[in-house]
Design a protein around this ligand. Structure first.
Ligand code: CA
Length: 373
């Protein structure tokens, strides 16, 4: 019995050694194989990014630089992106064409810049009286919005990715009080996109002014008012020195979505794990941009009010209700002539209606009843 036991022990020990060494061999074979695979697959992709922002533009230019860093880190050095500001490689608003034709691999911007190519594009950036950041991110991420965005860009040979969101913007800088729609009559305001069409329905004039010329246009009375982004960027533009009233909320941009856009052939040529890296870094950008906007806008709102004596005013509910009606008219006109816009807006508005009921019950109630007290 004793002999049998020790025989059994020896046999088990031998078996364990055999199995362990076999596994060890197998593992080392595997790891040398996978090492080979990794080495063979360690192709490095050197890309260029062109942005629609001035180089290192606060938040939006910064996130382009960060995206390049994140992608390089997550891809273990396999994708290296060199970032160029607007105008350094191609003019800012030619970024889409340059990525579309493959001259440049990736771009950074906002889809409403491409509304002239395809009107449906603007629904993925900002819709007056539309969804805020939280709701829009939900539509894009799990509500079918992203699939429609891909479809919209597919004919331009481009794959879109989330690139951050500004949150609700400010309503703009005015040289007179805006108490009702009547005060918008004859008002010359820098207000791009659908918001500009709404202003015109209210009797105002939407004036196209490039970013670098807004301050002097406002100072010289070429325009009476302007919108830009929020306290952080607006402070840096110095608008508080040439306009008295700062109005909220930015009904025309309730959560402007930014984007990275990649040439489809360059994207599809990447192995799946590197395609996943582009996606993961874009999600990181989505979180970072809103976080940074919230942080900086809080700091600069304080500066504007406490140090610069800016008067922050709220648009009246009555005026906003009228503008909402004009917005619906403007959108109906827009989608009436374009099947894709209609398809995108149907999905967008259906999602907004449903999610807003939930937001009203929770987020809005929290803001109104708890956060402000
Ligand atoms: Ca804006």
């Amino acid at each position: 019995m004793k002999k049998y036991k020790s025989f059994l022990k020896i046999t088990i020990v031998l078996l364990v050694i055999l199995v362990t060494s076999a596994c060890g061999n197998k593992n080392s074979e595997n790891s040398s194989n996978s090492n080979k695979v990794v080495k063979a697959d360690k192709k490095v992709y050197n890309w260029k990014m062109t942005t629609t922002w001035p180089p290192n533009f606060p938040v939006l230019g910064e996130v382009a630089n960060k995206y390049a860093e994140w992608v390089e880190e997550l891809s273990d050095g396999q994708i290296k992106i060199k970032v160029y500001g607007g105008g350094e490689l191609v003019p800012a608003l030619e970024a889409f064409d340059a990525v579309s034709n493959g001259t440049i691999e990736i771009g950074s911007g906002a889809s409403y810049y491409w509304a002239g190519k395809t009107p449906a594009a603007q629904f993925f950036a900002a819709v007056p009286f539309g969804m805020n950041c939280q709701q829009l991110t939900s539509w894009l991420e799990v509500g079918g919005g992203y699939e429609l965005w891909k479809k919209t860009y597919a004919k331009y040979n481009i794959v879109p990715f989330l690139g951050g969101n500004s949150g609700v913007q400010m309503g703009g800088w005015f040289n007179k009080e805006i108490n009702s729609v009547a005060d918008l009559k004859g008002l010359k305001m820098r207000l791009p996109g659908i918001g500009g069409k709404v202003l015109e329905k209210a009797g105002g004039a939407a004036v196209l002014v490039a970013g670098g010329e807004i301050y002097t246009s406002l100072e010289r009375g070429v325009i009476d008012a302007t919108e830009w982004i929020g306290p952080y960027h607006d402070y840096k533009m110095g608008f508080h020195k040439v306009a008295k009233y700062y109005y909220t909320p930015g009904w025309h941009e309730p959560g402007t979505q930014f984007e990275f856009f990649v040439n489809k052939q360059k994207h599809d040529a990447l192995p799946p794990h590197l395609q996943a890296v582009l996606d993961a870094a874009s999600k990181k950008a989505q979180v970072w941009v809103l976080a940074e906007f919230d942080k900086q806008n809080g700091i600069y709102l304080d500066k504007l009010v406490k140090e610069e004596g800016v008067e922050v005013r709220e648009f009246s509910k009555e005026m906003l209700d009228v503008l909402r009606g004009y917005t619906n008219e403007a959108i109906e006109e827009m989608i009436g002539n374009d099947a894709l816009s209609k398809e995108v807006y149907e999905s967008y508005s259906k999602y907004q209606n449903r999610v807003s009921k939930w937001s009203e019950l929770t987020e809005k109630a929290y803001y109104n009843k708890i956060l402000n007290n």
